[in-house]
Write a protein that binds this ligand. Structure first.
Ligand SMILES: [Fe+2]
Length: 214
């Protein structure tokens, strides 16, 4: 059987991350290293699955094919969500979007106020377990909702557009904070949100992120 063409993803650099408040350069460097691992694993998985298909082993009864396939969502979203996360951070930011901005108005429309949205989003961040908190827009209704994503892949509403992505895996903060100090990390995260990036995502028709695959 013909071997499918595989696009290879390239690790992105996020040069704007220097000088964050409460998230150290060492923390970011370690985290970027983990992100690079996801990019590598996506490429490895896609290559291996293409080989399986070419070898006539794309079968649910082939345990290796099944296991590689099960990992796809985990590795892909590990790469994708980190690309959103790093690109919605920057130093010297405001603690919240201006209430007069499109984003501020959209949040207030759904949640009553930007503060109420923030309380909900931060409250989800305090949940037990590892995962992500994501502000999504449903493109079909324009409604904004906060979601908890377990691991990287469990709970992502299909086709929704991520606007603000917060990593609450322990690896995101445990160089700077203790396991019991997730709240401090979440407060630090909010001191470094690039609200103009979030606003751009709201305005763009499709979900876009820094990514290159060739
Ligand atoms: Fe992470």
């Amino acid at each position: 059987m013909a071997r499918p063409k595989v696009k290879t993803y390239r690790e992105q650099s996020f040069d704007q991350l220097k000088g964050l408040d409460g998230i150290s350069a060492a923390q970011i460097a370690e985290h970027l290293g983990l992100y690079a691992g996801y990019v590598k694993q996506v490429n490895v998985l896609n290559e291996k699955l293409a080989e399986k298909l070419a070898a006539g082993k794309a079968s649910g009864t082939d345990p290796e094919f099944a296991e590689l396939t099960r990992h796809l969502g985990f590795e892909y979203n590990g790469m994708i969500l980190h690309e959103y996360y790093f690109s919605n951070l920057r130093p010297r930011s405001e603690p919240a979007p201006p209430s007069s901005s499109g984003l501020g108005r959209a949040l207030a429309d759904t949640f009553g106020s930007v503060d109420a949205w923030k309380t909900d989003f931060q409250g989800m961040g305090g949940m037990r377990g590892i995962g992500w908190v994501i502000l999504f827009q449903d493109p079909a209704t324009d409604r904004l909702t906060n979601h908890w994503i377990s691991l990287h892949q469990d709970g992502v509403p299909a086709g929704f557009k991520p606007l603000l992505v917060m990593d609450v895996w322990e690896h995101a903060f445990m160089r700077d904070y203790k396991a019991s100090e997730k709240k401090q990390y979440i407060e630090a995260f909010f001191r470094n949100v690039d609200w103009s990036a979030v606003q751009r995502r709201l305005e763009e028709d499709a979900a876009t992120r820094p990514a290159v695959a060739a």
